[in-house]
Design a binder for this molecule. Structure first.
Ligand code: ARG
Length: 590
């Protein structure tokens, strides 16, 4: 049945039930101490609760284990073999072959969800990711955020949660004073708008505006007045602002389209009219303090370099609000209006303190009920191959669009060379494939690293055909899919098909296949996408072992042929599903 699919969680519930039957309701909150077995000879799972319970119930661990076992076995018998007691009272649990077989045939039938049910308890999950800044560079950090954030969204969506993908674009703030002033200097007016003025390259435009700002005092004064005008809702200022935002938006969208990432833009400006409420709210509960004319909140435990309490600045002495103020307003809005249960922020690790403080303040202010979690999902820096800051040869920041294009060009060159070696033509389809491979390589290279470490960007490594890379995984998929197509055309797989797991390599592969649902829950909790990559890399290796040892087309019997074909099919479906969660398209042939 569906509820056993998350084996470990199901097992925990059954152990708790058996404990209550054996020792009474007072043990119902005891941690069932279920874990994946530390060694294969201990089976698949182990339960160590006998040791921790021994004192509480006044029995020897071994006797606790005995008593528990009697109650537990009948509850588990469809899924596990008779548990064994080892050492002082460890319970070793081994999955039944026919249980694993049943799960595999389900996976071949239900190619899309692989028999994994949607959660019965859907949560409202908000993922705040990507979030570049208007008129500034969308840099590699934003690329990481976009890729990691998208995977987390896809996973939560797959599990059946209600996901809101928010792009918290930096579209408000003092830089607009300078930018609009420069627009005006270049001839922008309310009546004729931009006229002939071109602002296609916004980053360049930003640089020029900044240069003017730095050299001219009158320009600075005008910029400051412009900020005030914009915040007061002056029509001309607003129209200049929206022209700038629109131009940036177009540039960002090119990258999102290439990456096939969907986002809902809800930038900082959205929260503008909620900021004064944040300040008055903090004042009411006496969290707001004055510091050198500015308004701040002190959070317990945060000290600056000199050991003094570290302020969280929410209003400058000139009355202006900040990035921090907006984040507090956003928390309130997301909790109260959006009814979020879980909010994830995917940004570089440098912002950890900011989000920690914001969360503490919002909790202290009573804006976040205890069932709602606010989680920062930090990631490390993207570095060049030399371990230094990631830049172009000439020392400029790399444009994301160029970076993605380059990956596609290189993937296409690799493919062309291999096709030429085989005397095959380079077709339009190869062109499409190269695009998929190039983009997949960039995504996979990022996602396969533990996000918390810094990661070195290397086209050569990410496009390599061997190792834990996108091309390797895409080949593995195409190959296994090819086997399934070739052998499977005459055979129909259905739920009546018996899965035979007599060869150790068959069992080894099958065991990994049925672990997928538990892995998904693990990633949902830990928010570590690299575990998905590790999982499919291991899967492809177990498949290779199986394929070397267990002939499929020439299996000893028709029954085994069918069973092995089902293993191929379940493997292909699993690869496809996980790659899809990573935002990676698969190809039929490579
Ligand atoms: N715009 C910010 C940056 O480029 C990221 C925003 C992250 N989200 C948030 N709610 N603060 O670093």
């Amino acid at each position: 049945s569906l509820e056993t699919v998350y084996v470990q969680q199901w097992l925990e519930r059954k152990v708790t039930q058996a404990l209550c039957e054996a020792f009474g309701e007072e043990v119902k909150d005891v941690n069932p101490m279920v874990a994946i077995a530390s060694k294969p000879e201990f089976g698949d799972y182990q339960c160590n609760v006998a040791m921790s319970l021994s004192k509480k119930v006044g029995m020897k661990p071994r006797d606790v284990a005995d008593k528990l076992l009697q109650r537990l076995h009948p509850l588990l018998q469809d899924v596990f073999e008779q548990p064994e007691i080892a050492g002082p009272g460890f319970l070793n649990l081994r999955l039944r072959k026919d249980y694993i077989g049943g799960r595999i045939s389900r996976m071949t039938e239900d190619g899309e969800r692989l028999g994994i049910p949607k959660t019965g308890n859907p949560k409202r999950v908000i993922v705040d990711f990507s979030s570049p800044n208007i008129a500034k560079e969308m840099h590699v950090g934003h690329l990481r955020s976009t890729i990691i954030g998208d995977t987390l969204c896809r996973l939560e969506e797959f599990l059946g949660h209600d996901v809101l993908r928010l792009n918290h674009v930096g579209d408000w703030g003092t830089q607009f004073g300078m930018l609009i002033t420069y627009l005006r200097e270049k001839g922008f007016t309310a009546e004729k708008g931009l006229g002939d003025l071109q602002i296609g390259d916004l980053v360049n435009f930003y640089k020029q505006a900044k240069a003017r700002f730095d050299e001219d005092e009158a320009f600075q004064t005008a910029s400051r007045k412009e900020v005030v005008a914009l915040q007061a809702g002056d029509a001309t200022s607003l129209s200049g602002w929206s022209i700038l935002c629109e131009a940036s938006r177009k540039e960002f969208q090119v990258v999102y389209d290439m990456l096939n990432v969907r986002l809902e833009e809800r930038g900082e400006s959205f929260y503008n009219n909620m900021l004064s409420d944040v300040i008055s709210g903090l004042k009411e509960i006496e969290l707001l303090k004055e510091s050198e004319g500015a308004r701040v909140v002190y959070v317990d435990g945060y000290k600056n370099k000199d050991g003094d309490p570290m302020p969280f600045l929410v209003q400058k002495s000139d009355g202006g609000y900040l990035y921090s103020t907006t984040d507090l307003a956003a928390i309130r809005h997301r909790v109260q209006k959006e009814k979020a249960d879980r909010i994830l922020y995917v940004t570089d690790a440098g912002q950890s303190t900011h989000f920690d403080q914001a969360r503490c303040i919002a909790r202290q202010a009573g804006w976040v009920p205890s069932h709602v979690s606010l989680e920062h999902v930090p990631f490390g820096l993207v570095q060049g191959e030399d371990g230094k800051k990631f830049k172009t040869r000439s020392g400029d920041t790399v444009k994301l669009r160029d970076l993605l294009d380059e990956a596609i060009v290189r993937a296409s060159k690799d493919l062309r060379e291999r096709l030429e070696a085989d005397n095959k033509p380079f077709t339009e389809e190869t062109e499409r494939t190269a695009r998929i491979v190039g983009l997949a390589a960039v995504k996979y290279a990022d996602l396969s690293m533990n996000r918390e470490s810094n990661y070195r960007f290397s086209y050569d490594k990410m496009l390599a055909l061997s190792g834990n890379t996108a091309p390797y995984m895409l080949y593995a998929f195409a190959r296994i899919n090819g086997i399934r197509r070739k052998i499977g055309s005459e055979i129909k797989l259905d739920s009546s098909c018996k899965i035979i797991l007599d060869h150790p390599a068959e069992m080894f592969l099958a065991r990994h296949l049925v672990y997928l649902p538990e892995l998904l829950l693990d990633v949902e909790k830990s928010l570590y996408p690299h575990r998905l990559c590790e999982y499919i890399f291991e899967l492809s290796q177990r498949f290779n072992q199986f394929y070397e040892n267990c002939p499929v087309a020439n299996a000893p019997s028709e029954e085994e042929k069918k069973s092995r074909l089902a293993l191929c099919s379940a493997t292909a479906n699993t690869l496809q599903l996980v790659l899809n969660l990573l935002g990676i398209d698969t190809v039929e042939r490579l």
